[in-house]
Structures are given as C-alpha cells and as structure tokens.
Design a protein around this ligand. Structure first.
Ligand SMILES: Cc1ncc(COP(=O)(O)O)c(C=O)c1O
Length: 366
C-alpha cells in the first residue's frame, strides 16, 4: 500500500443523506413510494423549463462543457444584484466552491472557525488541506450564534470564518449586526453561507460593498430544485474571484447543469412557487410537530426543522429507522458535531407527504 497523506488517513468520512435506492434495498420498499425529508431538497421538483432545456441538449454530451459561461454569470449577477465578475460558479454544487476556497487560501496549519452544530462539509473539505478547525459555538437552545465565541476564536492564524445563515441544521439566522462585528474583527475571509436564504427572505449582499473580506456562498440545490445537477456559486471581490478561477477545475460545471441553471433562473414563477411551497410546508410541519408533547421543535427560517426527540424514549437512530420502515427518510443528526444522539432534522415536503409523515409519527409515538 502506498503512503497516504496524513490528513486523508485521519479524515472522518462525510455522512450524506441516504438515497431512495439504498433504503428501498434495505427495507424492501418501492423507491417510488419513499418520502424524502432528509436532505433539504425541493419537494416541487425541478422547473419544467430546466427539464426541457436538458432534453433539448442531451445529444451534446459527447462534447466538452462550455468554457465560457458568461451568460449564466450574468443571470446569477442580475438575480443577486451584483457584478458578473464578482461571481464564481461551481460544478459540484456549493461544496465545490468550498473546495476551491480551501485550494485558494489554505497553507497547512492555517486555522478556520466553525460554529457547531453547523454544516459539516466545511470541516470535511478544509481538513484535507491541513487546515485546523477552531470551534466557536451555536447556542442551540436560543437558536442563535454565540458571537463572542467567534470573536474569541479569532487568532493571527485565522484564514476563514464560516457563518451559516440560516444555519444547517438548526434553522436559526445570524443577525446582520453580528456578521458586521465579525467582519470588522478580522482580516480573514468571512464566508457567509446563504444556501437557504430564499426561505428566510434575508441576505447579506449589501455588506459586500462595505467589506472586502466577505464571501457569500449559494446553491442551486435548494429553492432552485437542482440538487442532482450539482451547481453552486460564490460571490466575492473581483480580484479574489480571479484567484479562485485559477484553481477551479475547468470543466466541472457540465453543459446540462449549466443550461438547467440558466433555464431555472429564467423561470421566476417557479422560484416564487418553490419558496412558497417550502415555507407553507415548514410552518405546517412546525405547528403539527409542536403538538407532540414529547418533541421539542425549533423555529426555522430554512426548508427544514430541527427536532429534539430525547423525551420520546428513543434515540435518533431508532426513530429514523422506524420512520424508514414506513418509507420516510429524515436526517439522523448524530453525525453533526455539537449534537448528541437525540436530534433529527425534518425537511419540507409536499402537503400530502407532510400529512403522511405526521400520521406515521403519531403511530410511532403512540
Ligand atoms: C449550509 C449548506 N451549505 C452548502 C451546501 C452545499 O450545497 P450543494 O453542494 O448541494 O450546492 C449545503 C447542502 O446541503 C448546505 O446545507
């Protein structure tokens, strides 16, 4: 066996949400009957314009992807209200943008700050490059960032500070004034992850004019309904984006993804309907789950809800298995740093699926 690099040898594997095919095999279910409430996807399905565009371009898959995606950058820039040269688009979702950030910035031994519980992929990617995590704290009970814990974690070695708003998996927002305080307290790049911003109606783009150490991370996987096409984007200072382009894999954004993203952005009605459906589902699930005395349900500004299940007498593994036996996937949060074995995250679904989920929950909790 060849000598593997130390950071990879020591890497904890990332635990993604489970696929329908996987569950169908294990629990003897029909994949078509499985209700997906585990991966924060879009229950509306993709935009019909995206499907049409993909179908129209299928015959082109023998050719390399576009190297010039200026028209998509223009569309993203106008959706976000920024300049096209402040945009970088990734072909393995926002996760690829995270990898490109690490490639652009990290020397082994550099520090980065995360606030567990939060999105685990930051640590997964950055640790491979020899970056050292420094842990700030998300106050789960108050569902807010412990800003002082971030300020205390900043050292001269800090290269990146990750702020996730709405935070995954808790659903809470970070106040703009707190983001400003952090931006003013460090020269490090502050990455504000807005993967779910559309469900909250709040974003932090205007801070880009004031702070040159701000970077905003976004995705087409959530409100845009394209998780399977793997498209993400980042918005930052023009010069910084140019450096990122030097190390970004040239062909990672495939043609079908590129045109699907473009078609979705040209379908504002779809984006509006996606947002509405997800918010309606979230509020319905919040109200219905709150009726179970044994569940502690957290208010969310995203398309998922964190639930403390310790008073059910089950741990997260047990309750997720019981739900899976009934064809429903929710996220067992035990792999999230900062949460113990008694948390699940429930993603929004269609109203019909929500009702089925609540009924299954009733039967499980008795
Ligand atoms: C907070 C957050 N950021 C980024 C991502 C990555 O999104 P993607 O790689 O699908 O674009 C996710 C995915 O679930 C997420 O929850």
């Amino acid at each position: 066996m060849v000598k593997i690099k130390k950071t990879v040898e020591e890497l904890d594997p990332y635990v993604p949400g489970r696929s329908n095919a996987d569950l169908a095999r294990v629990y003897g279910l029909d994949p078509a009957d499985i209700i997906r409430m585990g991966s924060n996807e879009n229950p509306l399905g993709p935009s019909s314009l995206a499907i049409q565009a993909i179908n129209k371009n299928l015959h082109l898959i023998n050719t390399y992807p576009e190297s010039n995606i200026d028209d998509l950058k223009d569309q993203i820039a106008s959706y976000a209200g920024v300049n096209p040269n402040e945009v970088i688009v990734g072909g393995d979702g926002a996760d690829e943008i995270l990898d490109v950030l690490a490639k652009t910035l990290i020397e082994p031994g550099d520090e980065y700050i995360v606030h567990p519980p939060s999105y685990m992929y930051y640590e997964f990617t950055f640790s491979v490059y020899g970056a050292v995590p420094v842990y700030a704290r998300w106050d789960v009970e108050g569902n807010c960032l412990d800003v002082d814990s971030v300020l205390e974690a900043i050292t001269p070695k800090t290269k990146v500070v990750f702020l996730c708003t709405p935070n995954n998996p808790t659903g809470g927002l970070i106040a703009k004034k707190d983001i400003k305080t952090i931006l003013e307290s460090t020269d490090a790049l502050v990455v504000v992850d807005e993967a779910y911003w559309e469900f909250s109606g709040v974003n932090n783009l205007e801070l880009l004019e004031e702070y040159d150490n701000l970077f905003i991370l976004r995705t087409f996987s959530k409100v845009m309904g394209l998780a399977g096409m793997r498209i993400g984007y980042g918005i930052g200072q023009k010069e910084f984006i140019e450096y990122m382009h030097r190390v970004k894999p040239v062909f990672s954004l495939i043609k079908l993804s590129y045109i699907a993203a473009s078609a979705t952005l040209s379908d504002p009605e779809y984006i509006k309907e996606s947002t509405r459906l997800s918010i309606d589902s979230r509020e319905f699930l919040y109200d219905e789950m709150s009726k179970f005395p044994e569940l502690k349900v957290f208010k969310s500004f995203a398309n998922y809800i964190l639930v403390d299940i310790r008073n059910t007498g089950m741990n997260s593994k047990k309750i997720t298995v019981k739900l899976m036996e009934n064809g429903i996937i929710v996220r067992d949060c035990s792999s999230f740093r900062g949460l113990d074995d008694y948390w699940i995250r429930v993603s929004v679904a269609t109203m019909e699926e929500d009702i089925k989920f609540i009924n299954v929950l009733k039967s499980i909790l008795g």
